[in-house]
Ligand binder design. Structure first.
Ligand code: MF3
Ligand code: CO
Length: 284
């Protein structure tokens, strides 16, 4: 008679002995660590990379085509066609009821803007296009800002500083440091420039699911929060407001997030893989 043996005992590890030893050391110290399933296997990583490649090409395609006079529904059409032409699925479509293939967020819209045939891009607008791709079951996510026509120096500066915030966050995403180190560095840079960091929305683990653990906050304290471990894949996507950080959600559609004070908001998003020696940018 065969005895049942618990399968997880024999799950091969997907990280080196050094990583395992360091995990054990921090576990004894009581540090918060990611669950094992968040450390990607080589097979998962191959899938995530393939998805990320399409996602990045998609944003390049949007960059080449977005222009004044287009509607945000036209942007949605570009995203839907490019993604499906590459045998992939736009992850936002019907995600928790989201009705379109992409989030397009203009000026005082912080994020989750729903594409509409009634919304025309006009000179002076700053526009976030946030695209997410499912390819062979693996997820990727990124967003960029686009300047339409003549944009004021104030809006240009917000877009630039927000990009710097994302880049600083990516640089801070190092193995055996803490998520709080990323948040603190982003917050310092935003506030030094007179801006505020949105608190109610954050980055997230991404790859095997669209949104998974951990939450990646864009504000916080150094030396706090979950330990960053090789094999993790997550997004860094600061939303920076020109005014106060409070936001509100459109009651009609249940999605569109606006700044509460009507000030402008910008966002850039990348997905990173934590390696044993640093990180690798998967999407931007
Ligand atoms: N792409 C967004 C993110 O960066 C999530 C959008 S959820 C959706 O996490 F349903 F609005 F698409
Ligand atoms: Co995201």
């Amino acid at each position: 008679m065969k005895k049942f043996i618990h399968a997880t005992r024999f799950t091969p590890r997907n990280y080196s002995d050094d990583v395992e030893a360091t995990i054990q050391k921090y576990r004894k110290e009581g540090v918060r660590l990611p669950q094992r399933h968040l450390l990607r296997t080589p097979e998962q990583l191959a899938g995530i990379r393939a998805s990320a490649k399409i996602n990045t090409a998609l944003l390049d395609y949007v960059a080449q085509n977005i222009c004044e006079g287009m509607t945000t529904a036209d942007v949605d059409h570009l995203v839907y066609c490019f993604t499906t032409d590459h045998d992939a699925i736009p992850a936002p479509f019907l995600y928790e009821g989201f009705p379109k293939s992409v989030c397009v967020s203009v000026n005082d819209v912080v994020c989750h803007g729903i594409p509409s045939t009634r919304e025309h891009l006009k000179s002076g607008d700053i526009v976030n296009v946030d695209v997410s791709t499912i390819y062979k079951g693996y997820f990727s996510d990124a967003s960029r800002m686009f300047l339409i026509g003549d944009v004021s120096p104030e809006r240009r500066r917000l877009v630039e500083v927000t990009r710097e915030c994302r880049d600083i966050g990516v640089r801070m995403a190092q193995p055996w440091t803490r998520l709080g180190d990323i948040g603190a560095a982003i917050q310092e840079h935003a506030e030094k420039n007179g801006y505020s960091v949105v608190r109610d929305l954050c980055g997230h683990g991404c790859g095997v699911k669209f949104h998974e653990e951990p939450d990646v906050e864009h504000f916080g304290k150094r030396g706090t929060g979950m330990m960053i471990v090789p094999g993790m894949t997550f997004t860094i996507e600061p939303m920076i407001n020109a005014g106060r950080y409070e936001v509100c959600i459109d009651e009609e559609d249940g999605w569109t997030v606006f700044t509460d004070d009507g000030s402008d908001s910008a966002q850039w998003e990348s997905m990173v893989l934590i390696t044993e020696t640093g990180n690798e940018v998967l999407t931007e």
